[in-house]
Design a protein around this ligand. Structure first.
Ligand SMILES: Nc1ncnc2c1ncn2[C@@H]1O[C@H](COP(=O)(O)OP(=O)(O)OP(=O)(O)O)[C@@H](O)[C@H]1O
Length: 465
């Protein structure tokens, strides 16, 4: 009975979030326990547990409540233990589940879109080809890009022009082009009669120069002014190019006057674009300006999951966590690193491991020769286990804090040249025998528990590189 309910809930979730997001985050959930109005769901890693709890927790709870009002509590834990036989969940002994809460404002990940929704022939000769992978579904949303994503979606979905222009900006490789293509795909798919023109500012300039050379600026103007949606990528390219800016300015005005939508991207905000005429800068500022911030660890991990899924590659969670920690510069590099690791594994016919990842990416990950400090180790371990840094020196002995503390002591012994008494002093003035005991304990556990060993190894590699 409870299994059937769970299957139905999974079906609903799949419909709601789409196939790819479902496969990435929700399919791995196991139903671990269900009794007395209580359901426990498990996920294989802490990261996945946190992600699912944050992004889908409320929805899952509501669906359980709707499916079986006896279920009052839904717990999401780390672990894959198979469910033990259940006692049937008693019917309405309990109060109904809490009322629906607004869904978390988050983002669905991913989806390997089987094929481009529009044939290349659809792409206007004037513009650039759209990449069929750059769709909203394949765009992973997190804090740093949720505003830009929401603005892009609004422009794509709106029947009437809502803000003009939409100006997207952010650092290199953070997804500006992806979002622009996604807008174009969406409009072409849902509103095929609207003429969408996407091109880079460089191409705009090139077309303009060609028109000047062939003394055919009239048809150039006509072509550009007849579109419904004009999207110009990397507008910083025309900085300092006065004639192109002038033409762009007039095109811009003509389109805005006719109520056509304009979307622009750049690496800086309009106010910070150097070499732009003031009047153009002011136009660029006059709509909605949305920036894409540098990625966070969680977003990078989400993106890695999505990309691995699209490549149908079996990339261990630990490798993804490692990459997400180490390659923080931009998404393009992160994607490149993942591609290299996957390609290498396929070529040599070996599974992907942390070791091979480090080998393959040694140039990217170039181990810095700085010295690792005990403070760094404590901080990284505390973060990893989600405990307060102060617990590293506290007197508390509960397993939840004692084990991470022991791991930190072990790593301090392995990765620094500090003596046992010195290490002990840094951990709340503990005796050197406590440190010895910790080192021994961690070695024992590493030998007995593969997961534990991998966790410690991951921490060591993160600290070292
Ligand atoms: N949030 C995201 N989800 C999925 N893929 C992403 C995301 N952000 C960036 N990417 C991917 O990273 C790569 C680089 O993104 P994109 O080309 O859109 O960056 P950009 O901001 O336009 O860079 P540039 O400043 O160099 O023009 C692309 O393959 C894109 O699909």
């Amino acid at each position: 009975m409870i299994d059937v309910e769970w299957d139905r809930i999974k079906g609903r979730l799949r419909d709601e979030v789409g196939d790819a997001a479902y496969r990435s985050w929700l399919r791995p959930i196991t139903l671990q326990d269900a009794q007395d109005g209580f359901v426990r769901l498990g996920l294989p890693t802490r990261f996945m547990r946190d992600w699912v709890a944050t992004h889908y927790g409320e929805r899952i709870r509501n669906l359980w409540g709707a499916e079986n009002p006896a279920i009052r509590t839904v717990e999401i834990v780390v672990g894959n233990a198979p469910r033990r036989p259940l006692s049937a969940v008693a019917a309405p002994t309990f109060a109904p589940a809490p009322a629906a809460v607004a869904a978390s404002p988050v983002a669905d990940t991913v989806a390997a879109r089987p094929a481009a929704p529009c044939a290349p022939a659809d792409v206007d000769e004037l513009g650039a080809q759209l990449d069929s992978r750059y769709t909203f579904k394949n765009f992973v949303v997190g804090k740093p890009n949720e505003f830009a994503y929401a603005a892009a979606r609004r422009v794509a979905e709106a029947e009437a022009v809502s803000f003009n222009p939409l100006f997207l900006y952010g650092g290199v490789g953070l997804g500006k082009t992806h979002l622009m293509h996604a807008i174009a795909w969406h409009i072409r798919e849902h509103n095929p009669t609207r003429r969408v023109l996407y091109l880079s500012a460089e191409k705009f300039m090139y077309r303009f120069i060609r028109a000047l050379r062939s003394q055919d600026t009239m048809s150039f103007k006509e072509q550009f002014r007849s579109v419904d949606v004009l999207m110009v990528d990397d507008v910083q390219f025309i900085a300092g190019k006065d004639a192109t800016q002038e033409e762009f300015f007039h095109t811009f005005n003509a389109l805005v006057d006719q109520g056509r939508q304009i979307v622009i991207s750049a690496d800086k905000s309009p106010s910070d674009l150097e070499g732009m005429e003031d009047r153009l800068r002011s136009r660029l500022n006059s709509g909605l300006v949305a920036d894409i911030h540098a990625t966070t660890y969680e977003l990078r991990l989400g993106i890695l999951h999505s990309k691995a899924e699209q490549m149908a590659a079996a990339v261990p969670q630990k490798v993804m966590e490692f990459l997400a920690h180490k390659i923080a510069s931009n998404v393009r590099e992160l994607e490149g690193a993942l591609n290299r690791v996957v390609a290498h594994a396929q070529l040599v016919g070996r599974a992907i491991t942390l070791e091979t990842t480090q080998e393959v990416l040694h140039d990217l990950l170039k181990a810095s020769d700085r010295r690792i400090t005990i403070e760094e180790i404590q901080k990284r371990v505390a973060e990893h286990f989600n405990i307060k840094l102060a617990e590293m020196s506290s007197a508390r002995r509960s397993r939840q804090v004692a084990r991470p503390r022991q791991i930190a002591m072990y790593l301090a012994k392995q990765l620094t040249s500090r003596s046992l008494p010195e290490i002990g002093r840094k951990f709340g003035g503990r005796d050197h025998t406590t440190v010895m005991h910790a080192v021994k304990k961690v070695e024992e556990l590493k030998g007995a528990d593969q997961n534990f060993a991998e966790d410690v190894e991951l921490l060591r590699r993160m600290l070292q590189s």
